[in-house]
Design a protein around this ligand. Structure first.
Ligand code: NAP
Length: 241
């Protein structure tokens, strides 16, 4: 696959990391189809408003888009956190985390992979998270993001013979609406996150977009099954090699 002009489907594309990636890809000359609930004024491509918690609606839209577009890339970026202490996690909230982070990604991949297989190339990227290392009060979210790492590795092996790569980008704390909502200024968790980052700052959405663009482009063609931590050094020293 060359990087001439790629067509990429991005979930959670209206804000934060998804919007920054959409803009960076568009600036590089690629075509983007973005999904989220609210359309931003400045979306740099085709945009569809959808609540991705609606399983039937997203299934139908993924299938419709896969029929309309020949996707070279997919960024599974939409996420749901539902923070709670262990004893207060409801099964409904746990299921919602697994649904938005994992089941939605599975449906999106199932829609775009047939064309990728046919053309003998494709790029699938997940937005996982540093929480896979374990973070208090984030059990459901962390389990779902760890599931993304597992999907990455299994799909990488399954799809390698078809020239399709599958990688994950695991952000550290990034200054976005999602982060600010779950970790408001002055909160204990916000302080804990920033203190845990060797660079002692939050990441910028553009710093994550750069990693996504690398994995979505032809330049990363021999890299698959990897999880890249873009986290200001958070995981270094915490994880085994
Ligand atoms: N920020 C961090 O510190 C951090 C760290 C690790 C991992 N992540 C992951 O990064 C990804 C992107 O998050 P972000 O930080 O960039 O957050 P963000 O700025 O809040 O963006 C989240 C995006 O997802 C969309 N979205 C949320 N719920 C949706 C739903 N039910 N249906 C459709 N779209 C929905 C939002 O758009 P609408 O509200 O318009 O629907 C928005 O476009 C997530 O998977 C998150 O878990 C973030």
């Amino acid at each position: 696959m060359t990087s001439s002009r790629l067509k990429v489907l991005i979930t959670g594309a209206s804000k934060g990391i998804g919007l920054a990636t959409s803009k960076m890809l568009a600036d590089q000359g690629h075509a983007v189809v973005g999904l989220a609930r609210t359309q931003p004024d400045d979306f740099p491509g085709v945009f569809h408003a959808i609540d991705l918690e609606d399983e039937a609606a997203r299934d139908s839209l993924f299938k419709q888009l896969a029929a309309e577009h020949q996707f070279d890339g997919l960024l599974n970026n939409v996420g749901l956190v539902n923070p709670a202490p262990l004893e207060e996690i409801t099964l409904k909230d746990f299921d919602a985390c697994a649904d938005v982070n994992l089941r939605c990604s599975l449906q999106a991949a199932q829609a775009v992979v047939p064309h990728m297989k046919e053309q003998g190339s494709g790029r699938i990227v997940f937005t996982s998270s540093m929480v896979v290392a374990g973070v208090p009060f984030r059990s459901s979210y962390a389990a779902a993001k760890a599931g993304m790492v597992s999907f990455t590795r299994s799909w990488a092996l399954e799809l390698a013979p078809f020239g399709i790569t599958v990688n994950a980008v695991a952000p550290g704390p990034v200054e976005t609406e999602l982060f600010n909502t779950n970790n408001p200024p002055g909160s204990e968790s916000r302080t804990r996150y920033i203190e845990g980052v060797p660079m002692k700052r939050l990441g910028l959405p553009e710093e994550l977009a750069a990693a996504n663009c690398y994995f979505l482009s032809g330049q990363s063609g021999f890299t698959t099954g990897q999880t890249l931590f873009v986290d200001g050094g958070y995981m270094t020293g915490k994880s085994a090699l």
